[in-house]
Design a protein around this ligand. Sequence first.
Ligand SMILES: *[C@@H]1O[C@H](CO)[C@@H](O)[C@H](O)[C@H]1NC(C)=O
Ligand SMILES: *[C@@H]1O[C@H](CO)[C@@H](O)[C@H](O)[C@H]1NC(C)=O
Ligand SMILES: *[C@@H]1O[C@H](CO)[C@@H](O)[C@H](O)[C@H]1NC(C)=O
Length: 578
Amino acid sequence: MKFTIAALSTLAVASASSFVQKEQGVDVFASPNWEKTARATAADMVDVKVVLKHDAARVSLLEEKLMEVSDPRSPVYGQHLSIEEIKDVLSLSPHSTYKVENVLKGYNTTSFETNKYGDIISLSMNAAEAEKLFNTELYHHSHKDAPSNMPTSVIRATKPYHVPSSIADEVAIVENLLRFPRLEFVPTAIPERYAPPAFAGLEADDEFSSCGTKCTGYTTPAVLQSRYGYPTVNPEDVASGNRMAVAEFQFQYYDDPDLEAFSDACGLENTVEVDSTVGGNKPAKCSIGIQACVESLLDIEYIKAVAGAIPLEVYYSGTFSLYDWAVQVNDDSNPAQVQSVSYGNDEIQQTSDDYMFTTNTEFMKAGARGVTIFFASGDQGVWGRSGTTGNVFHPDFPAASPYVTAVGGTDFSTKSVIGEETSWDASGGGFSNTFDIPSYQSDAVATYKSTAELPDAKYYNDTGRGYPDVSALGGQVNPYCIAFGGKGSKFSGVAGTSAAAPVVAGVFAILNNVRLSNGDAALGFVNPWIYQNADAFNDVTTGTNNAGGRQPGFDAAEGWDPATGVGTPNYSSMEKAL
Ligand SMILES: *[C@@H]1O[C@H](CO)[C@@H](O)[C@H](O)[C@H]1NC(C)=O
Ligand SMILES: *[C@@H]1O[C@H](CO)[C@@H](O)[C@H](O)[C@H]1NC(C)=O
Ligand SMILES: *[C@@H]1O[C@H](CO)[C@@H](O)[C@H](O)[C@H]1NC(C)=O
């Protein structure tokens, strides 16, 4: 008898009908940037995350709690939740976790870890074993545009993936099997061999020549401080426990000689330094290739140029996975209160709504714990990376997620003159095709739609969440001066919303400093505060994000608009509004 039962169950595991496909509707994700190469073998290791399914009502409850603690008008404003409290809200049955763990333990894993919320199991296993567990086929893929000295290879499924049917109801998605990572927004670098923009001489404000002759005419720390009006935060001013972080992905390391060269050239009172690193650093990589470390150095140099002595942490994730990063932040017992990420894709490139909703749950957890997350809004205007495909606008994820703060890009209305700003025409913005308009922005969005001249309705989704929320200089007209290249640093100009995001993050880290110094909680998920205090920003009312003027886009307008959000930081007004 026993033998028969064992034989039957072996048979059940082996038969295709005992698996259930996940992320149905997405068979295989193809990307023009990734080429399939060799079949993965038992000699290759894969890291995946098995994400457990939450009850939809429980996720709604988490959202409710998030909005309550983030709304300045709420009696529980600032009363952020602990990991344990979030776990209680989500109320996943421990039985589900054990059940899934037990099934997964039946496979040959080399590492096996359940997160603190009991809802994500991270596994490492060889590819042959993963093919069995997920009933799929795995191949290596290489990125076409990766520099030849930094070959990029990831293992992904070339057939739909499944989970054993006994745990199909408990599993939401398995992450890192389907989606191709993208190389993060590499900002537009203007190599040193090209002359810096002609210095407008008498017409240019002095701040544009404050980082030495190699950056004449560029946006500098002095330009930003003059325009946005924030104070210099010295070591003695830092509130106990105040921290900020930037997230970096594959190959975006940093090196101290470049940070020092930048601080020296720009005469910064507080030398730019990184206080801690999660996930390691390989500074030698920053001396290789023209784009080496440009994104991370931009993020680090500018968040620190703005926020001075407030300690900075760098999260490095070798996997390129945004989801891995969010999980890492949420498992941190004491995450930095401000997080800046210059990374994103179009919603339609995300492969599944399940993935976006699952990632949103991670953003909600972070916000509920009092963490503010900033994402660059993208550098292709309303059209996104997918361009004019389908002749519809392509909103960005995560920028269009209702649970993060999206940052767009501007330029000065007059080149090299600190004053009014105008929308950068390639700044990402628009309306989500996946997420509804959240209540915190519903009035702002309605006002925009009833007053602005809108593109034809066929281009965008009238019920979607509008983004960006805020903006800052993107550096297209006066590029940001950065130091890069390793020992004997070079100086160069870079531009993009990936410059704007760390600048805004730095300003909010200073606002947190004020709150924490006064014994108040950190700002946490800050969108309700932003929309309730929209007049504390420099309103940007001109320009558009039509990506080069060839196509329709959204115009900037008085108040919030889907090109520049509520505008750029006016520190003194924002501090008054705290
Ligand atoms: C389990 O996987 C590891 C890593 O690939 C491998 O070295 C080991 O031989 C496997 N064990 C079994 C029993 O297959
Ligand atoms: C429009 O957005 C909503 C979310 O507000 C979404 O449910 C719907 O599918 C979207 N429509 C299209 C055509 O993308
Ligand atoms: C910032 O707001 C204050 C009012 O609080 C205003 O006086 C000032 O001109 C604003 N700054 C800029 C750069 O617009």
